[in-house]
Write a protein that binds this ligand. Structure first.
Ligand code: FAD
Length: 369
């Protein structure tokens, strides 16, 4: 029977875990196994706080072995053979009946010379911890440059400005004419005002042309010295999608139908790795739930952009919820509620309430630091 054929999920990020938890609500019988290279889910949307040192690494991790009734295999997927229906992983060959790929995305250097060699990225716990440690080791007068005035860059700049008072010079560079490209001007201006109040020097409309050790060259000829430069200019598809031989769009994302099916039988792709949607956690969650509904023979609501909340520190945010533009403590509170609801969804309300009470850590996690 279609529904009882086992499912192998690769990637326990927002899309993968949303898929598994939703499927469990519909169907307790189909065997589901999760493979991830890490033993924990990383709440990526909170990783800027770890990077700035305002939050402990463990507080943004949800260990897979704390999730009830989850079959988990820790392994990195390296390749596979769709005809033989198996994957090659660091833990050996793994067979599947149905495969759900949810491996997210990787940072994009857009071909700017020197980025790969000299810049630090923020994609995952290791990067966040590396930024935190490098900031702590920098001399007090070392300037900091963040390239990319999207969500990640703005959140990181705000938190570093607040929590690393010793960073005397912090510059945020954005190639587009305003911060938070894609969001209404009103919000971009609010974010810029906030960063200005926090002492962040914001440069817009000027792309980074090249990076050399200690010096970032902008296209208008400005040279910005840096002790640490963080690259947060956008993402591209995870290379595994193309390595597996799936048909992709020009950005390397897997081509999928409205039901997340790829042209390869029994292979589905969701989250940042799938073409057709802006990479975001909220869409990854919706895709995970929608695929669970599809595979259980149920209808699901069409995907829609529910908005975005940009954390600008001290419990404040600027954001768009539906058509409502918000800024200040209310969207900051909404962002926190979203996080708690996600933890409750994955680990249950007890863990989520512990989190709310400020426990802020999840026990039993061996951190890669
Ligand atoms: C600092 C920051 C702030 C952000 N803030 C927001 C926000 O406020 N709102 C928003 O909507 N989005 C935000 N995003 C974007 C959001 O985090 C991503 O769009 C979202 O995580 C995508 O979910 P996903 O499930 O596709 O991938 P991910 O959450 O990245 O999960 C991918 C999983 O796959 C695993 N994996 C990868 N490769 C392999 C492999 N080869 N083998 C096995 N496992 C593998 C990884 O370990 C990971 O667990 C932010 C991102 C960052 C970095």
């Amino acid at each position: 029977m279609q529904q009882n054929r086992s499912i192998l999920v690769v990637g326990g990020g927002y899309a993968g875990l949303a898929f598994i938890s939703q499927l469990r609500q519909y169907d307790q019988t189909t065997p589901v196994t999760l493979i991830d290279k890490n033993p924990y889910h990383t709440m990526l949307v909170e990783s800027h706080q770890v990077a700035a040192g305002s939050r402990s690494p463990a507080s943004i991790l949800l260990p897979f072995d704390h999730i009830r009734n989850l079959r988990f295999l820790r392994a990195e997927v390296l390749g596979g053979d769709f005809r033989a229906k198996h994957l090659e992983t660091t833990a050996g060959r793994v067979s599947y009946d149905r495969l759900v790929l949810a491996v997210g995305s990787v940072d994009h250097d857009f071909g700017v010379p020197g980025v790969r060699e000299h810049c630090q990225t923020l994609r995952g716990l290791d990067d966040a911890v590396a930024i935190r440690d490098r900031l702590a080791a920098l001399p007090a007068d070392a300037p900091l440059v963040i390239a990319g005035g999207g969500l990640t860059g703005v959140e990181l700049a705000a938190h570093i400005a607040l929590h690393r008072a010793s960073c005397r010079s912090l510059t945020l560079v954005e190639a587009a004419p305003s911060l938070l490209p894609g969001l209404p001007d009103h919000l971009a201006r609010a974010a810029r005002r906030r960063l200005g109040q926090l002492g962040v020097n914001v440069i817009t409309g000027t792309p980074v042309a090249r990076v050399e050790p200690g010096l970032a060259h902008l296209q208008d000829g400005t040279a910005l010295p840096y002790g640490l430069m963080v690259w947060a200019c956008g993402v591209k598809a995870h290379p595994l999608v193309a390595a597996l031989g799936l048909p992709t769009d020009r950005a390397g994302r897997a081509l999928v139908g409205p039901d997340f099916r790829t042209p390869v039988p029994d292979v589905y792709v969701i989250g940042d790795s799938a073409a057709g949607h802006t990479p975001s956690a909220q869409l990854a969650l919706q895709q995970g739930r929608a695929l669970a509904a599809r595979l259980s023979g149920r209808a699901h609501a069409p995907l829609r952009n529910k908005g975005v909340l940009v954390d600008v520190g001290q419990g404040r945010a600027v954001g768009l919820v539906g058509r409502l533009m918000l800024r200040g403590l209310l969207p900051g509170w909404l962002k926190r509620v979203t996080e708690i609801a996600w933890i409750a969804r994955v680990l249950g309300w007890r863990a989520a309430i512990g989190h709310l009470r400020g426990a802020g850590t999840v026990d039993g996690v061996r951190l890669p630091v």
